[in-house]
Design a protein. Sequence first.
Length: 325
Amino acid sequence: MLLIQHGTLHTMEADNPIRADMLIRDGKITKIDRNIHPNKNTKVINAEGLHIYPGFIDAHSHIGIAEEQTTAQTDYSNEGTDPITPFIRAIDGINPMDSAFHNALAAGITGVMVGPGSSNPIGGQFAFIKTYGRCVDDRIVLAPAAIKVAFGENPMSTYGVNGTTPATRMGIASVIREELFRAQQYFENGDAQKDYRLECYRELFAGEIPLKAHVHRADDIFTAIRIAKEFGLGLTLDHCTEGHLIAEEIAASGFPAIVGPSLASRTKDEVAYSDFKTPGGLHKVGGSVALTTDHPVSRIQYLPLCASLAAKEEWSEQSALRAIT
């Protein structure tokens, strides 16, 4: 048994942290109380002055697919051969030996949403997995956990420059709508002839998993919301870079935002308005917000740092730089 004493616990249930002891047996928390007395077989850790959190979750990552030592041979996060690839599965591309998993565990990150990149308007299936273990199959919590869709510069720069669809934001929305319409008709008609390509959407149209939308600019955010509502689908707004500019509209949509990576350079036109105030701006108007490193865009071990700054309402460029230097 393990007893952690005198720590400040953040339980995810109480509005405020509590000062208490925590008893762990066989890897499971069995008791939380003000004063727990150890027996002779209990290992004791004095956490005086320390904060204890549940395991962190990175809600949008490419860990294990775009590996820590990323080269042309280790970044397989985009199937850039076809703009519509809902049938590809993250679990088939994750290298469980990627050293980034060790870094994640060392930083207290115990779960990750992992999936394809954003080259394709419909890019494939995300999986929610644990960060510990040798075999991906043993680490799966939920797969599929979301269907990736992407708007903006990435799909346009992958296909439009080659003279193929989509070349514009209108083209991206069009091919996504067409595919979702085909899937919707497939399930409504109850076609006895199974279609592997369309079966991939079964959990999505059953309301069990959401669309996971790569969106930076405000217009792309609105387009993703528009399409999700047209088809009655769940949606998360990933990156949501200009979210602080339309915070009230996002909150009113009811769709959650997954903000980040904030510790990254402005390498594209559509992230020109990236700002450290986005999570707080969305939260203040009642929006649901999570944070992401978008690993390897920002290193996954920075996630607890981002969460800590946001929780203290110190989320600014200056405070972030002080914390990592």
